[in-house]
Ligand binder design. Sequence first.
Ligand code: ZN
Length: 348
Amino acid sequence: MPRLARATVARWGTAGARPLLCLRSRIWLGGMVVALAIFGCNSAQPSLPVSPATPSTGPQASVTGKDVAPPASQTGGFDGAAAYDFTAKLVAFGPRPPGSAAIQKAQDYIRSELQGFGCMIDEDGFKAQTPIGTLPMKNIVAKIPGTGQGIILLLTHYDTKRLDNFVGAEDGGSSTGLMLEMARLLCSGPKRANAVWIAFLDGEETQATLEWSDTDSVYGSRELAARLAVSGDLKRIRAVLLADMIGQKDLHILRESGSTKWLTDLVWRTAARLGYSNIFLAGESNVTDDHGPFIHRGVPAIDIIDLADYTNLGYWHTTEDTLDKISPRSLAIVGHVILETVNELQQR
Ligand SMILES: [Zn+2]
């Protein structure tokens, strides 16, 4: 049965143990309500420790025709082909659920790329209490200093759903590839008014079952929001931009109704100005995701996501979520929009 995703939850404290449910989403298209019931996703029973990953990127991916990224000069310097390459490297580590050997390799990879870009890095290793036990998790934050006090926070999750042979090319991979390219661009750029922090989050996915729950999900985001509240940095955040599932072919992004309206308007205005109104559509969806803990704490936040298309195609949370579904051009377009939105925010 379709159910609206809850925008807020009872507790967004530090990661704690509790139960869950698949992403629920309701899509409004042209005044028509298309309800998506995203339940009944088949699940392999999770077990710990995670067996060694068997890297499998799925069918041989090749990029041709309309999926080729435009030259970076046409997308504000953001290189969609590079973002795709970062995504491919992450996918090649195989399934990357929290606490696995493969996610450690992904963490080492993200860290070494960020170091190579000259980013300042802040790592937070923490223990998450989950329904399947205590799991080590790690948030990795690239910090680009600003001249003033404000912070623009970009988010992605890099963990993958705890499913056999699930490599998460789109769900966890693509947005992380995009944010690595964003870090490459911004860490070497000039200082601007606001700092830009790019957080690579662990533990977005539920650990115990496929069913999403407020207490068995978004561990890394809850941890980050809680830490920033304690440090006082939360008050400095002007906007949070979360990217999730934005690299698929035939991308169509709907406004996420739980996101902050002025920020959504800004992103959609920016996309329209850049000529991407065929990707950033006027319809609306409601998705529970890593932006939730920030919304709950009163921080302006947006989730930029295309969950509906991927679900309708039968790829979401299945072994079909492989690299051949990813388009460098989609990465380039979303990267361009996020980059230009950050520029707009810098001028406010
Ligand atoms: Zn997922």
